[in-house]
Design a protein around this ligand. Structure first.
Ligand SMILES: [Ca+2]
Ligand SMILES: [Ca+2]
Length: 148
């Protein structure tokens, strides 16, 4: 009998290094096509500077918190451990998008980049990917580990 090796993807920290829009981005994450995280449920728009209370420049996916001028604050809808995806097999694709739902005129949402994870992506430590499409720059720290 053969067992299929599976792996776990942990999303750790999403940081905005260069925002796409001057008044704050509306980013969202899709995992294999499913919407798993979005700015409005996270509680803030994202921007590379942290000088307005309506913005954050980092979302701690591991703990469900966003960065504020006064330190880390809990997000209203996301909890610790929610972005640990166990039992994955084959190819897993994570995509970062920026919503233009509320922009006028309404355009297509902007694709900022993607990460493809497989069993071959397993490493001992944390890894970093940059999403740099459409004049934005975001950085995601993540971890891929073997399920035991
Ligand atoms: Ca937008
Ligand atoms: Ca946009």
């Amino acid at each position: 009998m053969t067992t299929i090796q599976t792996y776990t993807l942990n999303l750790i920290l999403l940081e905005c290094l260069e925002g796409q829009e001057y008044d704050g981005d509306e980013p969202y994450l899709k995992l294999n096509g499913d919407l798993i995280w979005r700015w409005d449920l996270a509680g803030k728009k994202m921007h590379d500077t942290l000088n307005a209370p309506s913005w954050t420049n980092a979302f701690d996916l591991r703990n469900g918190m966003f960065r504020t001028l006064a330190g880390w604050a809990p997000s209203p809808h996301y909890q610790a451990g929610q972005f640990e995806f166990k039992g994955l097999s084959g190819k897993t694709v994570l995509e970062l998008w920026e919503s233009d739902e509320h922009e006028s005129p309404r355009g297509e949402d902007d694709f900022l980049g993607s990460l493809t994870v497989t069993l071959e992506s397993i490493r001992m430590g944390d890894q970093i990917v940059e999403f740099n499409q459409n004049d934005a720059l975001y950085q995601l720290i993540y971890r891929v580990s073997l399920d035991v």
